[in-house]
Design a protein around this ligand. Structure first.
Ligand SMILES: [Zn+2]
Length: 126
């Protein structure tokens, strides 16, 4: 992950979190999911770790499936797919999500799990 993508993702996530969490002071992590005693966080090298609430004791997530699920959950909450897939020259806004990449009309518990048919890009090729 390039530094600019990591920083952009971190800025996007923290903007939605607010500053009430201690984890926002860690410049080297992107918070993914809060736990009872800390956060699962994306690290700059692409690994996922559990970080204690006070910002200490990073513990790497050894399960690739768990790490993928945590990162995938982030991708459903933020339209980051457009950062990695170049928009087609003849693309037009997705008729389902109207360009947001988020499937409309779903209950909040499903909205975080169901990706729009455009794959979260917000556009479809002509
Ligand atoms: Zn869509």
């Amino acid at each position: 992950m390039t530094e600019s993508v990591f920083d952009r993702l971190r800025t996007l996530v923290l903007a939605r979190m607010g500053v009430s969490h201690e984890i926002v002071r860690r410049m080297d992590v992107v918070p993914l999911e809060q736990t009872v005693d800390g956060w699962y966080c994306l690290l700059g090298d692409g690994q996922v770790a559990h970080v204690k609430s006070d910002g200490a004791d990073d513990e790497l997530v050894s399960s690739p499936e768990r790490a993928t699920a945590l990162i995938g959950n982030l991708a459903t909450r933020f339209p980051i797919a457009t950062w990695f897939v170049p928009r087609s020259v003849n693309a037009h806004p997705c008729p389902v999500c109207k360009g947001t990449g988020i499937t409309p009309g779903l209950p909040s518990n499903l909205a975080a799990q169901v990706v729009c048919r455009c794959g979260g890009l917000g556009w479809v090729p002509s």
